[in-house]
Design a binder for this molecule. Structure first.
Ligand code: ATP
Ligand code: MG
Length: 417
């Protein structure tokens, strides 16, 4: 038997209703906040991700699914969405009429990580991006949307962790101080961090290895290095979050794995997830659009991990799973043909209907109706047809009523609603 690839998964009926509900809730929230949907390809030129995410990141170093296509061009299954949304914004000059644009997109991402709970090789994200606004208030808008979405979905115990990564004016001084510090503790760092120390020292702050976390306790804080503009930017974020009653903590160690982040950076964390505690991450990436060949336009956004979100959403799965309104138990050939006509008419009217197509006894069809969770059974036999009425049985109350065959579909619909 051929099995699916490790780290990939099927989302089956019974589970998929939860995904649909989460996506529906997110879409309606985006709608209310004026975001437009954008759909971007699953594959892009490798160069797009290498340039935007950064060569020294886990994603580009070891997680991308990259292949030469049949002509030898290097293409990559997208590991994230932001790079593609920016590419699209630049390529179609979506900034020309008005640089301010708000987009969202939902879909699969691919990273070749070690599969474990909450970590897959094909996983799903909900992404939002706001282009063209410098104001820190739009960073707050994004965090507010996340907070609202999670509370609509009854996700327990979510806190926004926020930090500022500074800007190209003030970050270099911090990087120098951090590098100096890292050199002094180099013996306690893991081998990955020893390598990152020179190439991308900020990434060391992000390391999950316990000995590295211990070694970094006394590391300098970026917040002590921010320039006046970045301080003001970050103060506005904190004040606006407080006045909107969004719970947050300042986390000076929070850096993002992606190189293009500037100033505000955030992660939505919950204890409900165990080790993979981040359900969404995001922040400002003012330099990215320009570095991809577009105009100098600021941008900010987030990505929600949909696999993790569905895992912790406090929604009742069984209530989301729909079962048929009616099961038609037809007895005899003539009845089956009539039952099938009614089935089509009822489905068209929004009444979910099923029937048995083989010649089965009433007892066996009643059992089947029970098994599929039908709310009502309609018993249609040749005798009933002759007498001009059929029987509708409510499976919960066991009440039975007689429905005249004339205008049966209308009568049935009226009886069950
Ligand atoms: P992590 O630190 O958990 O690896 P990340 O920094 O790589 O996260 P981002 O690139 O910011 O994650 O992606 C945003 C969100 O996507 C994460 O917060 C997480 O919920 C989800 N996510 C990332 N990688 C995976 C994965 N391999 N499987 C499932 N969800 C993932
Ligand atoms: Mg990761």
């Amino acid at each position: 038997m051929i099995q699916l690839i490790r780290g990939f998964k099927d989302i089956l009926p019974g589970e998929v209703e939860l995904w649909q509900e989460v996506e529906k809730t997110a879409k309606s929230l985006f709608d209310d906040f004026g975001f437009k949907e954008i759909r971007i390809p699953i594959m892009e030129r490798t160069e797009l991700f290498a340039r935007s995410i950064g060569e020294d990141t886990d994603i580009v170093e070891k997680e991308m699914y990259t292949f030469p296509d049949r002509k030898g061009d290097l293409i990559t299954l997208r590991p994230e969405a932001t790079a593609s949304v920016c590419r699209s914004y630049i390529q179609h000059k979506l900034y020309a009429a008005d640089p301010v644009r708000k987009f969202y997109t939902i879909g699969p991402m691919f990273r070749r990580e070690r599969p474990q709970k909450g970590r897959y090789r094909q996983f799903y994200q909900i992404n939002a991006e706001i282009f063209g606004v410098d104001s820190p208030l739009v960073d707050v808008e994004l965090i507010f949307i996340l907070n609202t979405l999670f509370s609509k979905l009854s996700v327990p115990d979510v806190t926004a962790h926020i930090n500022s990564l500074g800007c190209p004016d003030c970050r270099p001084d911090f990087k120098t101080a951090l590098s100096k510090f890292l050199t002094s503790v180099v013996d306690d760092l893991c081998s990955d961090c020893v390598r990152r120390k020179d190439r991308n020292p900020l990434r060391v702050l992000d390391c999950k290895v316990p000995s590295c976390r211990e070694a970094l306790k006394e590391a300098p804080s970026i917040l002590d290095y921010l320039c006046t503009t970045c301080i003001q930017h970050f103060d506005t974020v904190k004040n606006a979050l407080a006045s909107l009653d969004v719970p947050f903590v300042v986390d000076k160690r929070l850096v993002r794995g992606l190189d293009y982040y500037t100033r505000t950076t955030f992660e939505m964390q919950t204890h409900a997830l165990g080790a993979q505690n981040a359900v969404a991450g995001g922040g400002r990436y003012d330099g990215l659009i320009k570095s991809l060949g577009g105009p100098d336009i600021p941008a900010t956004g987030f990505a929600i991990g949909l696999d993790r979100l569905t895992e912790i959403a406090g929604l009742d799965r069984s209530a989301l799973f729909k079962t048929p309104d009616i099961f038609i138990a037809a007895l005899g050939q003539k009845s089956r043909i009539l039952a099938f006509e009614w089935l089509c008419a009822l489905c068209l009217k929004g009444v979910e209907t099923e029937m048995e197509f083989e010649d089965k006894s009433l007892k066996s069809q009643m059992k089947q109706a029970d098994r599929v969770g039908a709310h009502h059974v309609l018993i249609v036999g040749d005798n009933e047809i002759k007498e001009g009425s059929v029987i509708l049985r409510n499976m919960k109350t066991k009440d039975q009523v007689s429905i005249p065959i004339e205008n049966a579909v209308e009568n049935i619909k009226a009886k069950i609603s």
